[in-house]
Write a protein that binds this ligand. Sequence first.
Ligand code: ADP
Ligand code: MG
Length: 309
Amino acid sequence: MKVIWKAKDFGQSFKNPVLTLGNFDGVHLGHQRIFKQVREKAKEIGGDSIAYTFEPHPVQMLKPEREPFLLLPIAERLRLIGELGIEVAICAPFTREFANLTAEEFVRDILHEQIGVREVFVGQNTTFGRNREGSVPLLKEFGQRFGFAVEAVEAVEVRGAVISSSRIRKLVRAGDVKGAAELLGRYPLLFGEVIHGHGRGSKKLGFPTANLKTASVLFPKPGIYAVWTIHDAQRYPAVANLGWNPTFHDRNFSIEVHILHFDKDIYGHLLRVEFVERLRDEVTFRGPEELITQIKKDVAQAKKILKVD
Ligand code: ADP
Ligand code: MG
């Protein structure tokens, strides 16, 4: 997938562009349905399939003090969109100037004049333009005026409710990674670089943990999880611990993974962690011995969940 990091002035022309528009945080099953329709339409009319998205997320620009809430860092969001067969991603820098474009200016100047869009697929509650004034009915009006078709794609429902990024965020925050996976169509993820901790895992406990420095995204609720860890294109079963290590009175929040059947120095390497199921809360033990006993139980439980030996 080609990525264009510009709001306009793309320096190229598109062929029969079929486009979708949105933040696509999580690239969940609802987004996936939209991308599929875009891809199929583009194929049918011999056009380019385009995802138009924004970075930073509008809320990050308008309220920078808010805690990280995104499900995915931008690089992974784009990678997943590319995996779904979209040919071009336009990633518009979401600046104040951009936020001030009226719905009409955005459609006329960018979608119509710059891109020459032929067909737009959007979710039913899509908004765009200043103060989110643009809606699907308004987009349809503009479509008639500027000569492009508009398809409102039906939302995907799971367990009787529509899938949305905010519904998934709630589940992840609550530690229900299994529920979140159902709406994402894959496990919730974290990425990070392996950094140095206190060196306690291997020396004191006999369970080394790769400590991660992650991008500023939403973390699952603190606790212990059965996870898959991807290192160097290989998947390993693992147990993750998100929390404050209360048994050792640590002050800093840490994200650590103990990879099963693994023994390599991976400081400085990148890991991807897929959260499968939450095992328990983090608790304070009277000392390392008790903690070790519990970790052994965690490992056994994670093996069962991940169906490995
Ligand atoms: P630190 O406090 O620096 O994280 P640890 O004692 O927890 O130190 O050891 C973690 C390091 O050990 C990891 O960063 C990695 O390089 C290495 N390591 C070896 N085997 C494993 C394993 N099975 N799981 C995680 N890390 C491992
Ligand atoms: Mg560690």
